[in-house]
Design a protein around this ligand. Sequence first.
Ligand SMILES: *Cc1c(COP(=O)(O)O)cnc(C)c1O
Length: 373
Amino acid sequence: MRFDTKLVHSGYDVTASTGDVVPPIHLAVTYDRRAQEPVEYFYGRGENPTRQALETCLAALEDAEFALTFASGQAAGAAALSLLEPGDRLVCSDDVYGGTHMLLSEYARYGVNVEYLDLSTPDIVLPEDVRMVWIEAPTNPLLKVADIAAIARQGPIVLVDNTFASPVLQQPLSLGADITLYSTTKFIAGHSDVLGGALVFNDPAWQARLLGYRTAVGSVPGPLDCFLVHRGLKTLSLRVFRQVANTRAVVEALRDCPSVGRIHYPGLPEHPGHAVAARQMSEPGSIVSFEYLGDVAKLMERVRLFACAVSLGGVRSLIECPAMMTHRPVPRQTRLALGIEDNLVRLSLGIEDPADLVEDLVTAVNEAERQDG
Ligand SMILES: *Cc1c(COP(=O)(O)O)cnc(C)c1O
């Protein structure tokens, strides 16, 4: 089966007794042993058929042996960090997702040594004795692109947070990474109505370890959530390619606006990560950020179709200002040192008609000429 067929078929075996083309949602948390031969299901925190169906699909999409799902992207990240021991050295992208920063601070308290580096630096050489590298590519909100294959060749455990690209646009395991992490809340579920996370990998020892960890701490997603995420997957390719096309249209229009400064999008030839992105991604994605030369707060008031909200990857277009919203907890000096200016605006493009999105945004952006001075 090819990728788009797996999206629709994987984990969806027709139920023998009824012929349901969509398997029922298994809500039971405990299972009668006498009905099973061999006994496979004990208790919902450990095993659940609806969750397993989703995991079958997620593993298949990356031709991987295993996928484990979690209650959120954060819970998936915490599980991955449980592979480390006190004293282990972890290197992470410097402008990593804010929640990841919070999570790593928690683990630093348990003796994991965390270092932040600009992993998009060309020909970067990792420090010695690094146990795990945590790569976000592209990053948020500047869309910096680390060369996954070049970092993976240096030997440590490589985890790629592939939330921004989704498995449609980038397949980290095929580039040499060891673990792909997803916040399935974003593109995979796609409708901003469910939280979830996943780890995808090939090592059977990790499967035993991570499954044991998840059962012990109880960070499982519920069956209704798993059903929604699995349903979202069916349209993932359709949505993502439409979102990319909408992004290209919006970027093209923004380039002609006098009140728009630098645009950060790996699809643009002048973006520093353009060449690497062209090698490791099939398309440059649908998140874009730009410097706005007018009043950012007023711009966010003026747009009608873009919701002014955090998160990303859903069917509805979103606008946000990292300095005021997603990256507000990062101290201003650190933020500026990373290149995240106060006037940076981030967009997540949805699946609306591109002409409507362009009209809405360009009208709001150009209003600056008249209003913001
Ligand atoms: C949202 C997000 C997460 C965290 O996922 P949740 O589902 O919100 O817990 C992790 N990494 C990236 C890149 C994200 O965008």
